[in-house]
Design a protein around this ligand. Structure first.
Ligand SMILES: Nc1nc2c(c(=O)[nH]1)N[C@H]1C(S)=C(S)[C@@H](COP(=O)(O)OP(=O)(O)OC[C@H]3O[C@@H](n4cnc5c(N)ncnc54)[C@H](O)[C@@H]3O)O[C@H]1N2
Ligand code: MOO
Length: 435
């Protein structure tokens, strides 16, 4: 029987071409203020057309001065020149003058330092005069300001290009757009951003019993948990998802796929084990139900249904469907909600997250088991659990219908093949599942 790591490698090989092709598709261009931009992956390198900051500017509200005016030492009294508020074009600072300058305003031409207003005497601005303001009636009596000490050249001046040089790459292709990177692109004037197209997944949950939430629940039926669960997980991992629900009729499943249009990947839930109505198997695989693989055989054509030495998530299908000219890599997950959720978690989400530039989830660490437990010796068991106050972990029962338990689980615990019993206090491999 195939191990879960062997199956993960087979799935990775199956998806590699489609993920490569998705990364190379013509990018999608999103406006810089698009709500969907955060978290997307940059499709190509972007370079700054302007330096950042675009011009020398003041780090403080104060006076722009020429340090040469302090050659004779301090204290020094200068005539108050024209004012430079942020947003005005650069003004000139004549020798012997100090120009009121506000934080972010261009350093006046000729000035090479800023003295914060708190260090001036008086320590507040008088009436500010901009270049086009009429001269005050009392122009004769020029306003002056005194500074107790001489500034260093460059003091409180934020130099043009000191954050980022013009022409240098702002972000490289493949970078994940975080809020700060979006701000950086905006500061360089980038209005639309080329992002990698999302992987398009057609998600089909199957079963005569599954009913859309919101519909009345007829006797014997259950609500469809898997489509919303898997859609959320796939979207979280950066994919675009089209979700469909079909009854246990192979022709309905095939028609649904043929009508769905272009997708990169098909994911199904349910209909793959040993029952009398296994819609997914019946639709994709005309062969046997031994669990040893279907008529398709190879992953290049057809879907192979197989049993993995893992619990939950034992039954799996992987391969390529080719229906009415629609050819797609396909993963078929088992119907039990915990089984399908953990199948996605182990086999698909890591590949999608990597493609979407997202960090890998839940690095595995070792914890201490709070109680005795048993596990099927020939399977890798994935248990759900939570942390106790003393840091040890308590596991919940293994059944794969326990969705409420999965929804409150803090961790997944891995009990490897070959282990049938673990005593309280044993080390156990875990990963966080609540992030
Ligand atoms: N004789 C055998 N029976 C079963 C085997 C086996 O090896 N021999 N394997 C068991 C295991 S393990 C699993 S897992 C399931 C997998 O079954 P299927 O993939 O064929 O899934 P279904 O039979 O369609 O459904 C299983 C279970 O999950 C519920 N379900 C299905 N879809 C949804 C949905 N969208 N939302 C919520 N719940 C769903 C369904 O009602 C069933 O209870 O087979 C075991 N049996
Ligand atoms: O292997 Mo099934 O996936 O337990 O529930």
């Amino acid at each position: 029987m195939r191990t879960h790591t062997e199956h993960a490698e087979i799935v990775a090989a199956l998806l590699a071409p489609v993920l490569r092709a998705a990364a190379l598709r013509e990018p999608e261009w999103l406006p810089i203020d698009d709500a969907a931009l955060s978290g997307r992956v940059l499709a190509r390198e972007l370079r700054a057309e302007i330096p950042l900051p675009p011009f020398d500017n003041s780090q403080m509200d104060g006076y722009a001065v020429r340090t040469a005016d302090f050659a004779g030492g301090a204290p020094r009294t200068l005539v108050v020149g024209l004012a430079a508020p942020a947003g005005d074009a650069p003004i000139a600072c004549a020798p012997g003058t100090a120009c009121p300058v506000m934080t972010g305003a261009p350093i006046p031409v000729g000035a090479d330092a800023v003295i914060p207003i708190e260090q001036a005497k008086p320590p507040r601005f008088g009436r500010l005069r901009r270049p086009n303001d009429p001269a005050p009636p009392d122009a004769q009596a020029a306003e002056t300001v005194t500074f107790a000490s001489a500034p260093q050249p460059g003091a409180f001046v934020r130099e043009q290009g000191s954050d980022h040089a013009a022409g240098a790459p702002l972000l490289l292709a493949g970078a994940r757009l975080r809020p700060a990177s979006i701000g950086l692109l905006a500061s360089a004037g980038v209005a639309t951003v080329p992002v990698r197209r999302r992987v398009r997944i057609l998600l089909v949950s199957t079963g005569d019993e599954v009913t859309a939430p919101g519909e009345p629940l007829a006797p014997g039926r259950i609500y469809d948990a898997n489509a919303p669960l898997l859609a959320a997980a796939l979207r979280d991992a950066g994919a675009d998802v089209t979700a469909r629900r079909v009854a246990d009729r192979p022709e309905a499943l095939r028609a649904c796929i043929a009508a769905a249009g272009e997708h990169d990947l098909l994911v199904t839930s349910g209909g793959i084990s040993a029952g009398a109505f296994e819609v997914v198997r019946d639709a994709f695989d005309a062969g046997d139900r031994s669990g040893r693989g279907g008529s398709g055989g190879t992953l290049g054509s057809g879907v192979e249904f197989t049993a993995i030495a893992m619990q939950p998530g034992g039954p799996q299908g992987a391969g390529t469907v080719d229906i009415d000219g629609v050819r797609m890599p396909t993963l078929c997950f088992p119907g039990n909600p915990v089984s399908s959720a953990l199948s996605a978690e182990l086999f698909l989400l890591p590949l999608l997250r990597e493609h979407a530039g997202l960090p890998a989830r839940g690095a595995r660490t070792t914890a201490r088991l709070a109680h005795d437990t048993v596990s099927p010796e020939h399977k890798h068991q994935v248990r759900r659990g939570r942390f106790l106050a003393d840091g040890s972990v308590a596991l919940s029962p293994p059944s794969s219908h326990l969705l409420a338990d999965l929804a409150s689980a803090e961790l997944l615990a891995h009990i490897p093949i070959g282990v049938a019993h673990l005593a309280a206090g044993s080390p156990i491999e875990i990963q966080r599942f609540d992030v």
